[in-house]
Design a protein around this ligand. Structure first.
Ligand code: BJW
Ligand code: ZN
Length: 246
């Protein structure tokens, strides 16, 4: 596969690089995406599961859904794309992963700076006293666990619809994206806000934007270079270009 010349040029000179990732990044690890082909929300209604009132109405069902997904994540591994991103830290002054994913796979692959915009499915906290509970047996429980301090319901530390994103993490993601000279948008439909503002802001601040996706998306028209293909196949090829640069 041939990459465009202006992109190769950017890759050689870039100092600060951001990888903004979505569910498609982990598709080749066997973790289903939300939308599009094979997406979990083709069958399930997000309104019924990924919001706080759904959780209060039927906490066991929502908890069980997260347990099901945790099992899939634990049984699978980061893919060649995650590892290529982690490896790229060698070649630039600053590399930041800004991810919408809750699956922890970038960290498992060795990326050092990962900003999680929508939380992390491995952590849980109490909806009443807000204390985190890290006991490993929680993630085995088939029914929603109760807080050991106050008896409140325990929920996964993920961001549901209508909830605020973690403010400091979001601010840092915005700041690093506005300073980036090369910005990758990988495996996201870019329809969920405010996360989807981040690549748009990076573009208006002058970053060169590269999209890697198997399909066209809401931002394909806006980016500088849209590469159609799988993240786990394209990213190792980009890493090879960098190896040649050395
Ligand atoms: C591949 C591939 C391969 C496949 N290689 N590619 C402004 C405008 C409009 C709406 C809003 C707005 N501001 C807020 C909203 C409302 C709402 C929103 O955005 N709604 C839209 C959907 C209409 N946003 C919110 O509610 C957010 N909160 C908020 O704004 O708070 C402020 C507030 C508070 C109080 C009152 C009022 C306002 C919160 C959003 C939280 C999103 N949470 C979820 C669930 C997380 C927990 C869980 O995992 O269960 O996060 S939703 C879900 O979507 C998940 C994802 O992170 C997120 C994005 O999905 P993503 O990653 O893009 O995945 P897909 O499946 O959509 O796309 C996969 C892509 O991969 C596809 O393009 C494929 O082609 C591609 N692909 N294989 C490369 N191998
Ligand atoms: Zn509590």
């Amino acid at each position: 596969m041939e990459f465009r010349k202006d992109f190769i040029e950017k890759l050689k000179t870039a100092k600060s690089v951001v990888f903004f990732t979505g569910a498609g990044m982990s598709a080749e690890s066997g973790i289903p995406t939300f939308r599009g082909e094979g997406g979990i929300w083709n069958k399930l209604n997000p309104e019924e599961l990924a919001n706080f009132s759904a959780f209060l109405k039927n906490p066991d069902m929502v908890w069980e859904w997260y347990q099901y997904r945790r099992n899939i994540i634990n049984q699978n591994q980061p893919n060649a794309g995650h590892y290529a991103i982690a490896e790229m830290e060698k070649y630039f002054n600053k590399v930041t992963v800004v991810t919408q994913n809750v699956d922890n796979l970038h960290t498992r692959a060795g990326s050092k700076k990962v900003l999680e915009l929508h939380g992390n499915i491995e952590r849980n906290f109490c909806v009443d006293c807000n204390k985190f509970d890290y006991s490993p047996e929680l993630n085995q429980s088939q029914k929603v666990p109760r807080c050991r301090h106050c008896g409140g319901l325990i929920r996964p530390d993920v961001v549901w619809f209508g909830e605020m994103l973690p403010q400091e993490i979001f601010a840092e993601a915005e700041s690093v994206s506005r300073k980036a000279d090369l910005f990758f948008v990988i495996g996201t439909s870019a329809v969920v806000y405010p996360a989807a503002y981040i690549p748009l802001n990076a573009k208006s601040s002058g970053a060169y934007i590269v999209e890697i996706n198997v399909d066209e998306t809401d931002i394909s028209e806006t980016v500088n270079y849209s590469i159609k293909g799988k993240a786990g196949e394209i990213l190792p090829k980009i890493l090879k270009l960098l190896d040649k640069k050395k």
